[in-house]
Design a protein around this ligand. Structure first.
Ligand code: NDP
Ligand code: KAL
Length: 257
């Protein structure tokens, strides 16, 4: 579908490496003809992204640095996007963070700082970037974030991140109402377990991925490309009647009791 996003400018936040969900999304958006603008936090991610883009012969429209922990960084990033690109038609938020030591044991042991950090980076960041992006989305468009089933159910080890994702999903609904009048839609993809840099080193990942193969209707795990195509759908006009929605891309696992 090379014409689906032809001439559309889409911002992608959260490519750390080839395994990132945001990289799967990048490939889907690129194949649909989008012009891509990237944001990263770490220099290491920037270097990886530049190499990946070269290898895949994708010409970025712009790459800007953006740490979602800082209002100044967000406003500088979107200021530069406005100046160099003008209008944007979509935004992909694929960013989350919690301290590793809070992603095990009991949720009841979560520290105040750990709770606030997970909320700030994983949930408030969507609010902050929506506020900045709506100023540049003057022709309407789609905003899409990434969530996980741990927002809806208690999933071992997900702990503080589950509560942050619940906040993210509620934010999707409140933001959808606010920006709907400007022709902007806000949705989330709830992906099944995918082995990425974030998933590395956190306990319980293998167990979760194993259960999907055993119990999900499709009896297989999802990958970055499947999440990429679903995100493309939600960014594009194909989903023009959908907002405030959480779409599960999880081989159907969430319907199983
Ligand atoms: P990655 O580790 O590839 O991506 C995480 C990204 O978050 C990195 O690019 C990182 O940027 C970025 N990030 C963290 N803190 C900040 C910050 N302060 N400012 C800006 N960017 C920041 O992992 P995934 O692709 O797995 O994660 C992407 C999203 O998908 C997350 O929201 C995650 O919760 C969600 N998700 C993941 C699932 C999985 O199984 N992997 C399942 C369901 C949802 P940098 O590297 O520059 O620090
Ligand atoms: C039940 C599952 C098992 C894993 C439990 C928790 C996973 C939490 C995800 C969270 C985003 C991970 C981190 O924040 C890791 C961080 O503390 C250390 N890593 C880093 O700093 C790397 C270098 C950078 C790139 O990472 C980030 N995030 O910036 C959940 C599984 C089955 C599904 C997953 C992994 C869901 C999810 O939300 O990612």
């Amino acid at each position: 579908m090379p014409e689906l996003l032809q001439g559309k400018n889409i911002v992608v936040m959260g490519v750390a490496n080839e395994r990132s969900i945001a990289w799967g999304i990048t490939k889907s958006l690129h194949n649909a003809g989008a012009n891509l603008i990237f944001t990263n936090r770490q220099e290491r991610s920037y270097q990886k992204l530049v190499k990946l883009l070269e290898k895949n012969e994708i010409e970025p429209k712009l790459i800007v640095s953006c740490d979602v922990a800082s209002d100044e960084s967000i406003s500088e990033a979107f200021g530069e996007i406005k100046e160099k690109v003008g209008v944007i038609h979509g935004l992909v938020h694929s960013v989350a963070f919690a301290n590793r030591d809070e992603l095990k044991g009991e949720y009841a042991d979560t520290s105040r700082e750990g709770f606030l950090l997970a909320q700030e980076i994983s949930a408030y960041s969507l609010v902050a970037v929506t506020k900045a992006a709506k100023e540049v989305m003057t022709e309407g468009g789609g905003i899409v974030t990434q969530t996980y089933l741990g927002a809806e159910r208690v999933i071992k080890n997900y702990n503080v991140m589950g509560v942050a994702k619940a906040s993210l999903e509620a934010s999707v609904r409140y933001l959808a109402e606010d920006v709907g009048k400007y022709g902007i839609r806000v949705n989330a993809v709830s992906a099944g377990p995918i082995r990425t840099l974030s998933a590395k080193g956190v306990s319980g990942f293998n167990e979760k991925a194993g259960v999907i193969e055993e119990k999900a209707p499709l009896r297989r795990n999802v990958d970055q490309d499947q999440v990429g195509d679903a995100t493309l759908f939600l960014v594009s006009e194909l989903s023009r009647g959908i907002t405030g929605e959480v779409l599960h891309v999880d081989s159907g696992y969430h319907i199983i009791g």
